[in-house]
Design a protein around this ligand. Structure first.
Ligand SMILES: NC(=O)c1ccc[n+]([C@@H]2O[C@H](COP(=O)([O-])OP(=O)(O)OC[C@H]3O[C@@H](n4cnc5c(N)ncnc54)[C@H](O)[C@@H]3O)[C@@H](O)[C@H]2O)c1
Ligand SMILES: [Zn+2]
Length: 367
């Protein structure tokens, strides 16, 4: 008998409950982790207010896990290893180690997986959204290869930020951003701010940010203030023409930024991104869209502008982000955390608080 544990489960729209569920059984090749901190992601919020969107239902169980709701959620987490399953040698991973979790679920044998794109797996999903468990719970069992040790100077509340930071890190790599290039971030929510921290870490010296919310503008300025050697300019699209301003600010003859990251995902943000990016530059779309946008194809044609999409992160990104935090290249990541909440209060002080105010960036839950 494995015993029971507390976990936050998604039962449907606006229906999250702290349930008592069986402790998951450790399978061969797996590691049992006790989550210490787990962040609430925009995707979790979306599921809460408008779902089930990605969360599988009884009519449509997940194609890899076969699971459907009610499901344990939470995919941005870090904690401690409490047990190694059969076949896991205590070498890279040991009991008592602090670790963070790469939540990608993948089949490891479809063409994208074999092409080292497990983030695009034909059957892919997320631990904490698609079944097999999640981070808002007392225990979670995971495949050895998605469990990443944290160095001593990276505590687990920072470890819980590795996931959203890896989204930013992957976006920078996918867009071929190089340090001497300027960048514009549209939307300074947790993801836009993660892109900001990664741009600073990777040596970018001129960063523009477009954001409509005064609270989020404050957070962006706060991060910028800790990095005086970087020119960070925050623009409010309700007060200034972001396209014209970015062309002016990113010099060499009003060319505009080399790369623009759309982290807002609305008609206005993608128009701004395509309009602002310099000729030959890249618009990197990080946002997930609620509906299709209409874009100026001729602006792309006559400016030879590129537009790419990026999904989560790939093999290697987690380790690079952990190293960048540990060596201080990603500076003050804790600035993303605006509250820490106990599991019992996750709905009221976590989900509902995030919906109420853009004052918050990342709320961590302590399971
Ligand atoms: N590609 C991926 O792997 C991945 C991973 C995680 C999240 N996402 C997506 O990234 C996006 C950002 O996530 P988030 O958690 O930061 O969301 P968020 O909603 O907290 O942040 C979006 C920000 O954009 C701002 N905004 C809205 N309209 C704007 C406009 N016209 N101009 C400038 N700013 C504007 C909002 O005020 C807000 O601060 C979401 O669409 C999310 O689903 C993608
Ligand atoms: Zn696959």
């Amino acid at each position: 008998m494995a015993g029971s544990m507390k976990a936050l489960r998604y039962h449907g729209q606006k229906d999250l409950r702290v349930d008592s569920v069986p402790i998951p059984e450790l399978q061969s090749g797996q590691v049992k982790v006790k989550p210490e901190w787990c962040g609430i992601c925009g995707t979790d919020l979306h599921e809460y207010i408008a779902g089930p969107i990605l969360i599988p239902t009884a009519e449509k169980p997940h194609r890899l896990t076969g699971c459907s709701l009610p499901l344990i959620i939470g995919h941005e987490f870090a904690g401690e290893i409490v047990e190694l399953g059969p076949g896991v040698e205590p070498r890279r991973l040991k009991v008592g180690m602090k670790v963070c979790i790469e939540p990608t679920l993948f089949d490891d044998n479809c063409p994208p997986c074999l092409d080292r794109r497990r983030n695009c797996c034909d059957k892919g999903g997320f631990f904490g959204l698609s079944g097999w468990g999640g981070g808002f719970s007392e225990y979670a069992c995971l495949k050895e290869k998605v469990v990443h040790p944290l160095p001593d100077n990276v505590p687990t509340h920072i470890g819980a930020l590795v996931e959203p930071l890896s989204v930013g890190w992957h976006a920078l790599k996918a867009s071929d951003h190089s340090p001497e290039q300027s960048a514009l971030i549209v939307g300074a929510g947790p993801i836009g701010l993660a892109v900001l921290l990664c741009l600073i870490a990777r040596g970018c010296r001129q960063i523009l940010i477009s954001e409509v919310s005064p609270q989020r503008i404050k957070h962006a300025l706060d991060i910028a203030a800790a990095c005086p050697e970087v020119e960070v300019i925050v623009l409010d699209p309700s007060k200034s023409d972001v396209v014209a301003k970015s062309k002016q600010l990113c010099s060499e003859g009003n060319q505009g930024p080399n790369v623009v990251y759309d982290c807002a995902g609305v008609q206005q943000s993608i128009e701004t991104a395509i309009g602002a990016v310099r000729k030959g530059g890249t618009v990197c779309n990080v946002a997930v869209w609620e509906k299709n946008a209409s874009i100026s194809m001729n602006e792309l044609v006559f400016g030879e502008k590129k537009i790419i999409g990026v999904a989560t992160f790939r093999e290697g990104d987690f380790q690079e982000v952990i190293d960048a935090i540990s060596t201080g290249k990603i500076r003050n990541p804790e600035k993303l955390i605006t509250a820490k909440v106990a599991l019992e209060n996750a709905v009221k002080d976590g989900f509902d608080a995030l919906l109420k105010s853009r004052e918050h960036v990342k709320i961590l839950i302590h399971p």
